[in-house]
Design a protein around this ligand. Structure first.
Ligand SMILES: [Zn+2]
Length: 345
């Protein structure tokens, strides 16, 4: 089968290569992939910046949707042809955290495409518990675009952030897939939604999608602007995936007793925060990673009910996977970058 892979670290080593066909093991489902979506994670993996030892050639990719081709032994209820999308978070399934339904807190939690071969391939074998039915209103391209960003956004806001109706929410770095999912999921419940970006154009588009106000963080002090716009009160919840300087700015934008949920470090993993502000203002800093099977399933119910379609910026034919990776790296996208497999497996 064809797979988008690397034979060494670096963007020049990304290519579609011929790889062995996977076989579904016990408890696994073999999915014929129709579309797969890129994430920033793929860039970190292929540049080696995650510091994980991987075996080359390594298949990239976390997000994908397709049809069930075959099932291994011990698998029931996944008829051939079922439209499914893959939750790429793998866990042991047997520890106390997995048994409590907190798969993303499993000590052996890993990601497809990062620690193990990924989903950018014509066929992928995954545990049956990691495949979910595609909501009826979504195409394969849209379903693939949901994946990591949607489940991460859902867990950040609701499971970890405990967002309540009417709250004022600040979403940093609008324009990427994660921030767009955060905007969509938060909008119907939030009292106000503020967004930040380094691009006025991205802010404009977010305002059209329902954000109440936006701040260009290259031009203005985000926390000061939020204080001004909220009558010095601050927001209830900040959802951030930048860290770096954005973490302290986020904390300064919170009301007393407010919460900041972080799920990424695109602006840098080291952050300086003021501990006095943290305790005096009784702030909570909460980490979040991916989501549990339950988060994934609840996210899909929300998507099905609200008829949400994740914004897709650009679709590339699978053979142009390397070009798609370069396009994502340039960071100009508004929504997801997706690969489409033209020929059915
Ligand atoms: Zn476990």
């Amino acid at each position: 089968m064809r797979a988008l892979s690397i034979d060494d670290y670096g963007i020049d080593h990304v290519a579609v290569r011929e790889m062995p066909d996977p076989e579904p093991g016990p408890g696994e489902v073999l999915v014929g992939i129709k579309a797969c979506a890129l994430n920033r994670l793929d860039i970190w993996t292929l540049t080696g910046s995650l510091g994980i030892d991987i075996a080359f050639p390594h298949i990239l990719g976390a997000d994908a949707a397709g049809e069930v081709l075959e099932t291994g032994t011990d698998v029931r209820g996944y008829p051939k042809g079922t439209r499914v999308l893959i939750n790429p978070g793998l866990s042991c399934g047997a520890c106390e955290l997995c048994l409590a339904g907190e798969q993303s807190e499993c000590p052996r939690f890993s990601m497809m495409g990062e620690h193990v071969p990924g989903t950018f391939a014509e066929r992928v074998a995954v545990p049956a518990s990691n495949v979910f039915p595609v909501p009826e209103h979504l195409s394969f391209i849209e379903a693939a675009a949901l994946g990591v960003t949607s489940v991460t956004a859902y867990r950040m806001l609701f499971t970890r952030g405990q967002m309540k109706p009417g709250e004022w929410v600040l979403i940093t770095g609008i324009g990427g897939g994660l921030a767009m999912s955060l905007l969509h999921f938060a909008r119907p419940l939030a009292g106000r939604v503020y967004v930040t970006s380094s691009s006025d154009e991205k802010i404009e588009r977010a305002l059209k999608l329902g954000a109440d106000a936006g701040i260009n963080y290259r031009e203005k002090d985000v926390a000061k602007e939020i204080r001004h716009m909220t009558g010095k009160r601050g927001v209830d919840l900040v959802v951030d995936s930048a860290s770096g300087d954005a973490l302290d700015a986020g904390l300064r934008a919170l009301r007393k007793g407010g919460r900041l949920v972080t799920a990424g470090a695109t602006a840098g993993g080291k952050a300086t925060i003021n501990a006095q502000r943290l305790f005096w203002n009784q702030l909570s800093v909460i980490g979040s990673t991916m989501g549990s099977h339950n988060d994934f399933s609840e996210m899909l119910r929300y998507v099905a009910g609200s008829k949400f379609k994740p914004p897709v910026d650009k679709v590339f034919p699978f053979d142009q996977g390397a070009a798609a990776v370069r396009y994502l790296e340039a960071g100009e996208q508004f929504g997801k970058v997706v690969l489409e497999l033209a020929t059915p497996p």
